[in-house]
Write a protein that binds this ligand. Sequence first.
Ligand code: SAM
Length: 214
Amino acid sequence: MTTDSRWDQSAMVERMSSDFGRRYPLAFWEFFESQVRPRTGDAPAIADLGCGAGLLLQELSSRLPDATLRGVDVSKAMLANARGLDYAGVAPSFTLHDLNHAPYPVEDASLDLCITANVTCFLDNPLVLFAEVHRMLRPGGVYLLFDWKRQTLPAYVENRGGFGDDPAALMGLQPYHNRFTVDEWHWLLAEGGFELVGEAHPRTSHVALAGVPG
Ligand SMILES: C[S@@+](CC[C@H](N)C(=O)[O-])C[C@H]1O[C@@H](n2cnc3c(N)ncnc32)[C@H](O)[C@@H]1O
């Protein structure tokens, strides 16, 4: 089962879009500019896996107008929204694909930056994803993982964000959001063959990690 079939997609598109500024605060962009962007160059090839409604790609297009962008997601509704946005640079290409299944529709050694944001916690086996990130990155490329970190249930409810008024969504999502501790994310990345080169905690509930193939 994927998130495409489990949750109301139009509500998710609306939430991902209207809540973008809170979900990607200034501290995230400080991390991006200081610890990720110095490794990408000015015209990188970037893939956002689990790109959702496209807001992150739109912001990346503003910051890096010469980038070549692509988005991958399992949700047709998310991709339809992402396709309809305006982009500062060349519009991204989009592909419908379930990240639980390798290989992904991206060429070997073709990316300078691969991003997964708020999606890895939903995947059956993150190591399948990490092996694919390895395959798709060029030498010198960087992987940015931005995701939830495990909190106590009261802390999770306190930091719940945009779905706080929907108890069913809250309790349905928390097993995914609360799946891995920061140490477990470190362990998974090491198991996946990544050396950690950057880390930040832009939100109480989230960790941002930059890794390079080790
Ligand atoms: C919480 S949203 C995050 C979207 C976007 N990355 C962001 O941070 O705004 C999770 C996204 O991952 C996608 N997703 C979940 N499971 C997936 C899978 N197995 N394969 C591809 N995409 C998946 C969902 O469709 C959704 O668009």
